[in-house]
Ligand binder design. Structure first.
Ligand SMILES: C[S@@+](CC[C@H](N)C(=O)[O-])C[C@H]1O[C@@H](n2cnc3c(N)ncnc32)[C@H](O)[C@@H]1O
Length: 195
């Protein structure tokens, strides 16, 4: 099932996303081991993970054969590989990852009503179950990041977009107010926590 039919990707996406949020992978206990990059597109995020987490084995999966062909043609690092599979079909996904990233796919799919809440939760719940006991699931939609840590079985981080934008706009004298941001944070936290 195609969750989000966009090929939009870019270099250094993980670095930029974490930097905007002022968080690091290390602070959530990310170490070396196996990583899954769900919905990897052309593999930019997958290759970046290979660089960011030394000695890791990174698998990028995508439902689009075209995207996987591009990813494979650009592959240089032997620790990084790609497979064309439907990530909603959880039988396609092995157990035992210490990090699973799903960047700019599952959250967009839900936000744009391409998938139902139930379907989103089924996939996210399945991905939680593929983590090691101290594994981490990172979901993102542009700069909005959610981190679930299996060790404590809860969502331990959700971006506050107003905070992020305030840092950029306040020096220009612009005051940002978004009365709904707290509601959004609560919404995402609950949906992922209950998955
Ligand atoms: C916007 S790209 C994200 C690429 C990369 N993760 C990034 O953030 O730069 C979204 C990707 O999700 C993939 N996708 C959508 N549904 C999927 C599914 N069911 N299983 C695996 N990949 C899927 C699409 O094919 C597309 O390549």
């Amino acid at each position: 099932m195609i969750i989000w039919n966009s090929n939009n990707t870019r270099k250094n996406r993980i670095h930029e996303t974490l930097k905007k949020n002022r968080i690091t992978l290390e602070q959530f206990g990310v170490k070396k081991g196996r990583i899954l990059d769900w919905g990897c597109g052309k593999g930019l995020t997958t290759r970046e993970l290979g660089k960011l987490v030394p000695e890791s084995e990174v698998l990028g999966i995508d439902i689009s054969q075209e995207q996987i062909d591009i990813a494979n043609s650009r592959r240089k690092n032997k620790r990084v590989r790609f497979e064309c599979v439907d990530g909603c079909d959880l039988e396609n996904i092995a157990q035992g990852y210490f990090l699973i990233t799903a960047m700019n796919n599952l959250m967009y799919g839900l936000a744009q009503i391409n998938i139902s809440v139930e379907e989103f939760q089924r996939v996210v719940g399945g991905l939680k179950g593929k983590l090691d006991d101290d594994g981490v699931l990172l979901l993102s939609q542009h700069y909005r990041v959610m981190i679930y840590e299996r060790r404590v079985d809860r969502v331990t981080y959700v971006t506050n977009l107003v905070e992020i934008h305030r840092l950029e706009y306040e020096p220009m004298g612009v005051t940002l107010i978004d009365h709904f941001e707290e509601e959004y944070i609560k919404y995402w936290r609950e949906i992922v926590s209950r998955a």
